[in-house]
Design a binder for this molecule. Structure first.
Ligand SMILES: NC(=O)C1=CN([C@@H]2O[C@H](COP(=O)(O)OP(=O)(O)OC[C@H]3O[C@@H](n4cnc5c(N)ncnc54)[C@H](O)[C@@H]3O)[C@@H](O)[C@H]2O)C=CC1
Ligand SMILES: O=C(O)[C@H]1O[C@H](OP(=O)(O)OP(=O)(O)OC[C@H]2O[C@@H](n3ccc(=O)[nH]c3=O)[C@H](O)[C@@H]2O)[C@H](O)[C@@H](O)[C@@H]1O
Length: 444
């Protein structure tokens, strides 16, 4: 099988490299020439543990090639995997313009009579049929057969390779038995259960999965918000409910809210998709609202302690939307920073790997620091937005010795309350008791 992957973002690159790793011959195509040049030189444009090593070993084994030449990419491909971005439109719906461009390129450059087009990008129900129509129309109905397959991706950033080789399931939605068998062949060496569905159900599985996970997070955040008011501890509550196997322990970590390139956009796209068929998705709307409000609640709690942020020195630990990635898209940290800047704070940010991307977004509105020591030095308040191991393992007594006033607003519950109690720190977290310094000094 001659395989071409369109798009070398997270999903395209990890898909291409993993297919090469299990023995397939893969061409990866991207319209971004700079990215392709980096990849041709064996450098991964995304930070993902183990990816660059696997990339290089498969390049050396000549199982994977990178190109920005569409004709070369599509001319002889039997199976084309679409892995381009589907960002959100202003109204929250999914923008399919990149997917459409791939369809146009396939129509223009493929010399095959029969092709299989597999969509890995997260797309609304009905998109695969649209792709088929676009290719058919743009090629003046030249193909004898255009097969379409919905094959959503479930990898997480930061553990994308692990997830690809250890996934819970692979979802394949197609209306053709032979094509389903070809997909089984494609993924067989991964030894992961494959579930076959119709195309629409497969498309829906992706949105429903992300919406359910986002719901779990907003649910536990709401429980945490109530815990604070009734004197319960969210760590114990999460553990207690997570031990029920019907609920499960994962995605019950309360905090500053979910971010990233997918949950925010996919929840909005599903609300929009439901609206298109005249169904108001009240539950998911509430999930989104709770998430939008979560960083603001932290700011409010900090405001109650410091009075005003005007001219206060604020350290922000973590910009990435979660640890082990340099992705800052829709990060809760950016929401905190924007709000604090509006309120006149002087901000210094620290992130072990995302600083270079943060500079592109935040420019000179904040100061940058390459160590936690520097970031919190002489600060009035520290906000923790990402639970990097550097932050989790940071000695608490350093906040006391370095900060002007040791006030920590921890949006990720990094430290056990018992450890904080041993230090003279004012500590606000999510869903847990607020601890005050012995002298209870409140800066006004
Ligand atoms: N990032 C993630 O963790 C996951 C993403 N997804 C979904 O997968 C899709 C891709 O996501 P990412 O990889 O994060 O996107 P990305 O935005 O990081 O990368 C997309 C790539 O596609 C390229 N591209 C755009 N138009 C193209 C075209 N016509 N032909 C070839 N290349 C083109 C861009 O230059 C870019 O390199 C999205 O629909 C996303 O929702 C699904 C699961 C996980
Ligand atoms: O469609 C996608 O792009 C992907 O979206 C998520 O993956 P990802 O965005 O990489 O990251 P997650 O680990 O799911 O975390 C998302 C956000 O939720 C937050 N989160 C997660 C878990 C939790 O208990 N609490 C919590 O606040 C994280 O801090 C992060 O901001 C899904 O987990 C993947 O299965 C999916 O493929």
């Amino acid at each position: 099988m001659k395989i071409t992957v369109a798009g070398t973002g997270y999903v395209g690159l990890v898909t291409g490299v993993s297919l090469a790793e299990i023995g397939h011959q893969v061409i990866c195509f991207d319209i971004n020439e700079q990215k392709v040049k980096e990849l041709q030189a064996g450098r991964s444009p995304i930070y993902e543990p183990g990816l660059e090593e696997m990339l290089c070993s498969n390049m050396n084994g000549k199982r994977i090639y990178f190109t920005s030449n569409a004709e070369y990419a599509y001319k002889e491909a039997d199976l084309i995997i679409i892995a381009v971005g589907t960002p959100e439109n202003d109204d929250g719906s999914a923008n399919l313009s990149y997917v459409r461009l791939v369809a146009e390129d396939i129509a223009k450059y493929s010399r095959q009579e029969e092709i299989i087009i597999v969509t890995k990008s997260t797309v609304p129900v009905g998109t695969n049929e649209k792709v088929k129509k676009w290719v058919d129309e743009e090629s003046s109905k030249r193909f004898k057969k255009i097969h379409i397959v919905s094959n959503p991706e479930f990898l997480r950033e930061g553990s994308a390779l692990y997830d690809t080789f250890n996934g819970d399931r692979i979802v394949v939605g197609t209306d053709c038995k032979e094509v389903a068998m070809k997909m089984d062949e494609l993924y067989g060496p991964l030894n992961i259960p494959i579930i076959h569905t119709d195309i629409e159900s497969s498309e829906m599985i992706k949105y429903a999965s992300n919406a359910f996970l986002a719901t779990k997070i907003s649910f536990i955040n709401e429980i945490a918000n109530i815990c604070e008011k009734v004197g319960a501890n969210i760590d114990d509550v999460s553990r207690g409910i997570g031990m029920d196997q019907r609920i499960g322990p994962k995605f019950l970590q309360a905090g500053v809210g979910y971010g990233g390139s997918c949950f925010p956009k996919d929840t909005k796209a599903l609300v929009q998709l439901a609206g298109d068929v005249h169904h108001r998705f009240h539950l998911l709307e509430a999930v989104i609202n709770v998430n939008n409000n979560q960083p603001l609640l932290l700011i409010q709690k900090a405001r109650e302690i410091v009075g005003t942020f005007e001219h206060k020195k604020v350290a922000i630990l973590g910009i990435a939307f979660k640890p082990n990635t340099d992705d800052i898209r829709e990060s809760a940290s950016l929401v905190l920073i924007k709000e604090l800047i509006n309120e006149g704070a002087i901000i210094t940010v620290y992130d072990p790997i995302a600083t270079y991307l943060a500079k592109q977004v935040l420019g000179e509105n904040v100061l940058y620091s390459s160590s936690i020591d520097d970031a919190i030095n002489d600060a009035d308040i520290t906000f923790i937005a990402t639970e990097w191991k550097q932050v989790v393992n940071y000695p608490l007594n350093k906040y006391v010795s370095l900060m002007k006033d040791p006030i920590i607003i921890d949006g990720r519950n990094c430290y056990p309350l018992a450890s904080i109690r041993k230090e003279n720190i004012t500590y606000v977290s999510v869903g847990r008791e607020t601890l005050y310094r012995e002298d209870k000094i409140v800066i006004k």
